[in-house]
Design a protein around this ligand. Structure first.
Ligand SMILES: [Zn+2]
Length: 198
């Protein structure tokens, strides 16, 4: 159910920056990596303007795995609600367990996991709580209404953000996947390859 359709396949990392001292330095890499939306609930940057709405989540919690605090492959892009809901718990990787085949979204906003890993993520983060259900139901309604009645606003809300980071210009100490630079959303938009909405 658009716009809450989970990915068809597990996420394969496009970028491989390393060497930053602070995990917040990876923010723009993660924004691009996860298409400017929360890996857990698919909430989008374009739907939230408030400061602090976007967090960097540690798949393996930083409290228990201090050696992975600034390891890029351990970092996820998450909305504040999901990150705070998760706290310092350890969950399955949403890149592999929150997929189209393992998660159902219904028109009324409810979510259902079809694997034990997805069910646990949904339960721990409270993704089937009344606030998230209402939230999804509203956006599902807005999506179809704007697509029909106000297509330019539809594109602003369902398209990519305007402030895409040009990752080629990032001063990154090391990068194990430099081939990803030319595939970042900024470059894809320059080349006319970025979809109008997603
Ligand atoms: Zn979220």
């Amino acid at each position: 159910m658009q716009p809450f359709q989970y990915p068809d396949a597990p996420h394969v990392r496009l970028h491989g920056p390393s060497g930053y001292e602070s995990y917040d330095s990876y923010r723009d890499w993660l924004r691009d990596e996860f298409h400017f939306r929360c890996v857990y609930c698919l909430n989008r940057e374009n739907w939230n303007l408030q400061t602090g709405a976007w967090h960097i989540d540690h798949l393996l919690p930083k409290e228990s795995y201090p050696d992975k605090v600034v390891e890029y492959d351990n970092l996820l892009y998450s909305c504040a609600s999901c990150n705070l809901g998760k706290g310092n718990r350890e969950l399955s990787d949403p890149c592999t367990c929150m997929l189209r085949e393992s998660v159902s979204i219904f028109d009324d906003g409810r979510i259902e996991g079809r694997t034990t890993e997805a069910q646990r993520v949904i339960e721990v983060l409270g993704l089937n709580g009344s606030d998230y259900v209402e939230y999804r139901s509203n956006w599902i309604g807005i999506y179809s209404m704007l697509m029909r009645d106000d297509y330019s606003r539809f594109l602003r809300l369902m398209g990519y953000p305007l402030d895409l980071p040009d990752l080629r210009r990032k001063q990154c100490p090391e990068n194990s996947r430099p081939e990803g630079l030319d595939k970042c959303c900024f470059v894809r938009r320059e080349n006319g390859e970025l979809p109008d909405y997603y």
